[in-house]
Design a protein around this ligand. Structure first.
Ligand code: NDP
Length: 284
């Protein structure tokens, strides 16, 4: 039923965006948020407010969009979850996620873990997708409702994979974002604005999918032939980036972390291999 009534708890930008999509599609949505004023917009759009326990009691489907799973513990504290399906779209570690799945099950409910991969303005668009993991029958029951947020990529009955895929994507995303800022700061020491440097940065970002293909082959095969670019050459470049940053008075913590991987690979006698061999140091 595409009009499944549901409860959403956690009205940050993500929760508010979800509620508006579900309301627009004709779902009845009950909401609660710790800070009530954050509900103003969704109540104006047709959502119904209920206090915490009543909101959880109101529907079988409970969607959580919170800071982390500790916040979910606080929200569900002391409440009966018999027959409830809790879809937690909050970020946390795989270990915390597994503990939560067990805790919800012990209280008679079912946890479906989700990781939404777009910011609030892109919810419900072609670009939107989310990873889900948890019992397949429950996912199938609510697939159509969840699909209003974006494409649903189901990863199986174990609760952890959706969270792990989410964290892996954010690992990449946050590292690249920080790298962008570091590069802007470095070129900015010569008075170059971010706007003027951005076209060049875009060229680098656009070539990343080329490196992705190369990485896939090497990571999966364990073969790292260094005939085009090797760790010794790229490690020297990391020295130059760190020195340039320090000479310019910048925080060099970010390039130093990368430099450290290269130095350790060289010390391990792997300087002649492709940069993809760094994965072995990351894996310890
Ligand atoms: P916000 O940080 O804006 O909101 C967090 C929500 O958690 C608020 O509703 C807050 O309540 C609630 N909360 C935190 N601690 C508690 C607690 N102890 N008890 C009760 N409620 C609590 O979140 P976002 O909307 O930005 O994000 C929600 C989730 O979605 C996060 O896990 C985030 O990682 C993920 N996400 C966010 C994206 C984004 O672009 N923002 C993109 C993709 C995923 P209160 O209002 O009272 O503070």
């Amino acid at each position: 039923d595409s009009r499944t009534p549901l409860t959403l708890i956690g009205l940050g930008p993500m929760g508010q965006g979800m509620v508006k999509l579900w309301l627009a599609a004709g779902h009845a949505v009950t909401v609660w948020n710790r800070t009530r004023s954050r509900a103003d917009d969704v109540l104006a759009a047709g959502a119904v407010w209920a206090e915490r326990a009543d909101a959880v009691a109101a529907n079988r489907l409970i969607v959580l969009s919170l800071t982390d799973y500790r916040a979910a513990d606080a929200v569900l504290d002391g409440l009966d979850l018999t027959g409830k399906v809790v879809v937690n779209l909050s970020s946390d570690t795989p270990d915390r996620t597994r503990e939560a799945a067990e805790a919800v099950a012990a209280r008679g409910g079912t946890l479906l873990v989700g990781g939404l991969m777009v910011p609030a303005p892109l919810l419900g668009t072609e670009a939107a997708y989310a990873f889900y993991s948890g019992p397949e029958d429950v996912f199938a029951e609510y697939r159509d409702t969840l699909a209003l947020l974006g494409r649903t990529d189901y990863l199986g009955a174990d609760p952890v994979p959706a969270q792990l895929h989410y964290q892996a994507q954010l690992d990449l995303f946050l590292t690249v974002l920080a790298g962008m800022l570091h590069a802007f700061a470095l070129v900015g020491t010569a008075g170059v604005s971010a706007k003027d440097f951005a076209p060049y940065m875009r060229e680098t970002l656009d070539t990343m999918s080329f490196y992705l293909d190369e990485t896939v082959t090497s990571v999966d095969s364990g073969q790292h032939p260094g005939d085009l670019a090797n760790i010794t050459m790229m490690g020297a470049t990391t020295d130059h980036i760190v020195a340039a940053s320090e000479d310019a008075g910048l925080d060099a913590g970010l390039p130093k972390a990368v430099q450290d991987l290269y130095h350790r690979a060289i010390a391990a006698g792997r300087g002649g291999e492709n940069w993809t061999a760094l994965v072995d140091l990351i894996r310890r």
